[in-house]
Write a protein that binds this ligand. Structure first.
Ligand code: MTE
Ligand code: MTE
Ligand code: MTE
Ligand code: MG
Ligand code: W
Length: 654
């Protein structure tokens, strides 16, 4: 009997149509838990580093995590992994919703696609019945409408469907995979699906998932439940509204957008508008918001309601959450919230990432204004800001005209366009568009998080540590008094001593050593969440979350029967993290790539930044180049990785 996991994967060879149900090695759970952890292991073992994103050998893995389908609240993520067409490194976008629970209940932990299908297909998984079905009639259909069309033709209203839209079909590098109220957005998973000619993956399951010690598990969950209730009744004081609660950022609930509209940059991540949020704007936006978001909704087995059902005049109803509300309108430099709701609907049907896409469109507008793109490139484009963005979105999603170049993302497009366009690609890391943050003073924690995290996106590493120092000592004392989530008491002192101004403030405080420790802690929690496929909004991504390093080992032990303590759990996720790093090193990641976008901060400190990176690498057990050392790999039972890195010349002299 297998506990928490089902112990079976589905292996789909798209070239031959062969489908296999494969029993997995139980040892893998002990070594990597599941989710992202075991997926990384599979990429390492099976996808050689010479593989290009659109080679048939590039595996596309849809993975559940260890906790999906168990009673653990908010465990509803699916992690999709593949070599990204945009970055050339391993990408792992995640989506919530209900898909993972269905797959677990159907009896599988992962669906692994290899090779390419000769014609459009979708996969239908229904317990023991698994089939590739013709999808030629779905070509050109939207990523959201396709889900309904498939449920209808299957006669299975409860099937969960992850689908691509036209952008994925056209292998747009920023194409997403859309599913219910969720989206595996970043890194171009939609393009890899499109390249393999998979239009969708539909799942329905009615079996059980077993727990090793169910009663004990439920006892621990009682405490989690109590804490969730407590946090919902007691929002944190002293932090911005968006960070005061739990769940993923409550953009559908809150109407106060002072922080985002004034702290993040508009246009192609250029301009900060520090006086934007006037009384007048607030009233207008609040009215639009409340008139548009009809009700709030949750993912599978989650008490929070982070999603919104959006009904905006003239466009079909759809689901939205978090920051997509603002990315398009801010990039387009449009002051109306209405535009955000209008364009997002179209973008979701195309199936594109709402972080990267608006940045690319704004980049195109800048190039046009600078005369690098011309009237010929923009032939037929309306001249108003809104019309122009819609027009550019259509071109990009369908790879028409100038859109064909833009569809590869800012980095690649800039190099294809040439003629000085590279200068305008200023907001990418590792060839991937970033959040349009624009702040004054370098923040050592965000510096490290941006530069080094394997997701190549800030969302997958920030979280447990407050984003800004609290002005008053009193407030800091109150905050640390009730902070059971921290992995070590020393963090309380770090926080108490951290001040908004003066000697103990950014960028020199937290010191490089402290910064390394804090970032490592936040990242470790994300790595656990991504292995369990638990929503980071209830753990690593929020302040004072219900799940943390002290209760996770107990829950995992009761669920799996493994008997893990904190050290044991840390070791497992560190093992997966180092394997992940080694894999990206093999794919060409270097120290020189590990830097934030050029002007996230006005004030920069090159020497300090070097020291931060070096200190962090050392803390991680990596050498100057960011490669895990032989000793570190040995400690983590990864000698086979050290051998491989040595053989390929990435690791010299340990
Ligand atoms: N893109 C689409 N199409 N839909 C979305 O809901 N969410 C954005 C961004 N891009 C979103 C999107 C937000 S708020 C986040 S945090 C990231 O995707 C999450 O990235 P991931 O899905 O790749 O993990
Ligand atoms: N959960 C995990 N495990 N990892 C993540 O990166 N991102 C959070 C949240 N939960 C995240 C996560 C953020 S910022 C957002 S906006 C939502 O997931 C995105 O939800 P979606 O992927 O279902 O669209
Ligand atoms: N950058 C900063 N400095 N702080 C944040 O909280 N959150 C990330 C991303 N970058 C975040 C950030 C996420 S998940 C999203 S969706 C957008 O910015 C908006 O995040 P927020 O709503 O948490 O501010
Ligand atoms: Mg997502
Ligand atoms: W988000």
């Amino acid at each position: 009997m297998r506990y928490a996991e089902t112990g079976y994967n589905l292996e789909i060879d798209l070239a031959t149509g062969n489908i296999e149900r494969v029993e997995t090695d139980p040892k893998l759970m002990e070594l990597h838990l599941g989710g992202l952890g075991t997926s990384v292991k599979m990429h390492w073992d099976r996808v050689p580093p010479e593989t290009k994103p659109f080679d048939p050998e590039n595996l596309l893995i849809f993975s559940t995590g260890l906790f999906n389908g168990t009673p653990a609240y908010s465990s509803n993520r699916t992690v999709v992994s593949f070599i990204s067409p945009q970055t050339g490194l391993l990408a792992y976008p995640m989506m919530g919703g209900f898909w993972s629970a269905e797959l677990k209940y159907a009896g599988y932990d992962k669906v692994i696609f290899r090779n390419k299908s000769p014609k459009w297909v979708y996969l239908w998984v229904h317990n023991d019945t698994v089939e590739l079905r013709d999808a030629s009639h779905l070509e050109g259909r939207g990523a959201v409408e396709t889900q309904d069309l498939i449920r209808e033709e299957l006669g299975e209203p409860k099937a969960e469907v992850a689908a691509i839209g036209p952008a994925g079909e056209h292998k747009v590098f920023v194409a997403s995979i859309e599913q219910s109220r969720s989206s595996a957005s970043r890194g171009g998973g939609g393009a890899v699906m499109g390249d393999k000619k998979i239009k969708a993956v539909a799942v329905r399951g009615t079996k059980d998932v077993y727990l090793a010690r169910g009663a004990e598990f439920m006892e621990h969950m009682k405490e989690v439940t109590e804490y969730i209730n407590f946090r919902n009744e007691n929002p944190l004081p002293g932090v911005m509204t968006i960070l005061s609660g739990i769940g993923s950022p409550q953009e559908m609930k809150h109407t106060d957008e002072k922080w985002h509209t004034e702290s993040f940059a508009w246009g192609n991540a250029r301009v900060r508008r520090k006086d934007f949020w006037t009384k007048e704007v607030e009233e207008k936006w609040t009215k639009t918001h409340l008139g548009t978001v009809k009700r709030l909704i949750s993912c599978f087995n989650c008490p929070q309601q982070c999603g919104g059902l959006v009904s905006y005049e003239g466009v079909p109803r759809y689901m939205m959450k978090c920051f997509s509300k603002l990315t398009y309108l801010m990039a387009a430099y449009v002051d109306d919230l209405d535009f955000g709701f209008k364009i997002a609907q179209r973008a979701f049907e195309y199936g594109v990432d709402s972080f990267s896409t608006p940045q690319i469109l704004a980049f195109a507008v800048e190039l046009y204004e600078a005369g690098i793109l011309t009237d010929k490139d923009f032939e037929g484009c309306p001249s108003d800001k809104e019309g122009r963005f819609m027009w550019l979105l259509d071109r990009l999603a369908l790879r028409e005209g100038i859109g064909d170049v833009l569809a590869d993302g800012t980095y690649w497009a800039a190099r294809k366009i040439g003629n000085g366009a590279e200068e305008y690609d200023h907001n990418t890391i590792k060839k991937h568009e970033q959040m349009n943050i624009k702040l004054g003073m370098l923040d050592p924690l965000y510096y490290l998080m941006f530069a080094t995290n394997e997701k190549i996106s800030i969302t997958q590493i920030e979280g447990n540590w407050p984003q800004a120092a609290f002005p008053s000592r009193e407030d800091r004392e109150a905050f640390v008094k009730d902070w059971p989530q921290i992995p070590d008491d020393k963090f309380k002192q770090y926080f108490l001593d951290w001040e908004p101004r003066g000697d103990n403030s950014n960028p020199y405080y937290p010191t490089p050593q402290m910064s390394a420790e804090i970032v490592d802690w936040m990242e470790m929690l994300h790595n656990i969440d991504d292995a369990l496929c638990l929503c980071a909004g209830m753990a690593s991504f929020c302040l004072k979350p219900p799940y943390h390093i002290h209760n996770y080992p107990k829950l995992i032990s009761a669920a799996t029967g493994m008997d893990l303590d904190e050290e044991g759990l840390k070791k497992i996720v560190n093992r997966s993290r180092n394997l992940h790093r080694a894999y990206n090193i093999r794919l060409g990641l270097t120290r020189a790539d590990e830097k934030p976008p050029e002007d996230h901060w006005r004030k920069r400190f090159p020497e300090l930044e070097e020291e931060l990176l070096t200190t962090y690498y050392k803390y991680k057990g990596w050498n100057y180049d960011g490669v895990p050392t032989k000793e570190r790999l040995h400690e983590l039972d990864l000698d086979y990785v050290a051998e491989d890195l040595e053989k390929r010349g990435f690791l010299k002299d340990g």
